[in-house]
Design a binder for this molecule. Structure first.
Ligand SMILES: NC(=O)c1ccc[n+]([C@@H]2O[C@H](COP(=O)([O-])OP(=O)(O)OC[C@H]3O[C@@H](n4cnc5c(N)ncnc54)[C@H](O)[C@@H]3O)[C@@H](O)[C@H]2O)c1
Length: 298
């Protein structure tokens, strides 16, 4: 199989990620089936994609005919069999739960043609665990997009224990074909590249904060002005949602019982107050003012 054999794509899960991954592929000429178990989610995905493309048309970045053609190439469906049956390449983007994903991979293995590649967009789960639920482990791979997929250019492609070189090459090629830049991980490691680097930076930022070395606003300023980061680590945490960072640390702490892995107090108090970052209007910063003002811990 080669990249040229990939004509039809199926995206399983039409949430924040799946909906835009499907749209990105359709913008580059692919016919894409977009499947979800929730009818409401499929409607939301279609409406959301239309809004995104309308904005591009309004800004003169996309012709109205191109928008209409690209939207028409995304085919929403409730049926996994209908989505995966004709697909040459499947991208799974359902909830981040191992058992759910294993079930989806077992279903995909039955529904998809023998030549089809099965990729997961999981943020942390390596494909080897999912490949074990299929009879084609050499065709299972991680294809990890970043939020929002219509904007973020990077895609991490991860080779699992049994993923073939051909599968890795086609996946990286497909990323390029839909206007994205792949990086290839030759082995599986939880968190892949970006989330590991991010975790290291955020770990150090929280260490400095918790030890009273500097305020979070000054730590952000140091990263922005001294390292040319577009956003300091606390502004970035607000952008991603503080609940995501909090619960991933809590999970890790419950697993390791290592006090160094416990969620930092400054994060915990904000999550407990319901201040989850930009999405709630307040996190480390209060977004009701311009520029946003640093908030207090108590
Ligand atoms: N949100 C991010 O920033 C981000 C970034 C990179 C990767 N990811 C990964 O992408 C995946 C999806 O994340 P998201 O943020 O889009 O989540 P989301 O909650 O927005 O969407 C998940 C969708 O999956 C659907 N779903 C659940 N079970 C299903 C099933 N069995 N079959 C079909 N659809 C099913 C849900 O109805 C929902 O629409 C996760 O694995 C996540 O780790 C997320």
């Amino acid at each position: 199989m080669t990249l040229e054999d990939v004509r039809r794509i199926a995206v399983i899960g039409a949430g924040q990620m799946g909906s835009q991954i499907a749209m990105q592929a359709a913008l580059h000429g692919y016919e894409v089936a977009l499947q979800d178990i929730s009818a409401a989610q499929l409607e939301k995905a279609t409406a959301g994609n239309r809004t995104q493309l309308d904005r591009r048309v309004a800004k003169g970045k996309l012709a109205a005919e191109e928008r209409d053609a690209a939207l028409a190439r995304v085919h929403p469906t409730h049926s996994l069999e209908q989505a995966a049956g004709p697909a040459d390449f499947v991208i799974e983007a359902v909830v981040e739960r191992l058992e759910e994903k294993k079930q989806v991979f077992a279903q995909l293995d039955l529904a998809a043609a023998r030549h089809a590649i099965l990729a997961t967009n999981s943020s942390y789960i390596g494909n080897t665990q999912l490949a074990a639920a299929t009879s084609r482990p050499e065709k299972v791979v991680n294809m990890h997009f970043f939020f929002p997929p219509l904007v973020m250019r990077l895609v991490e492609v991860v080779k699992g224990e049994k993923t073939s070189e051909e599968t890795v090459a086609i996946t990286a090629g497909l990323a390029r074909a839909i206007g994205r830049e792949p990086v290839v991980l030759c082995k599986e490691l939880p968190g892949f590249l970006v989330n590991r680097i991010l975790r290291a930076i955020q770990g150090e930022a929280y260490f400095l904060l918790e030890n009273g070395v500097a305020s979070f606003a000054d730590i952000d300023k140091a990263a922005e002005l001294g390292l040319n980061f577009p956003l300091g680590p606390f502004k970035l945490a607000d952008f991603s949602g503080l609940d995501i960072g909090y619960y991933s640390r809590l999970d890790r702490y419950q697993e390791t019982q290592n006090p160094a892995d416990a969620p930092p107090r400054a994060l915990q108090v904000r999550v407990e107050r319901g201040d989850l970052g930009r999405k709630t209007g307040k996190g480390f910063y209060d977004y009701s003012t311009d520029p946003p003002a640093p908030t207090e811990d108590t």
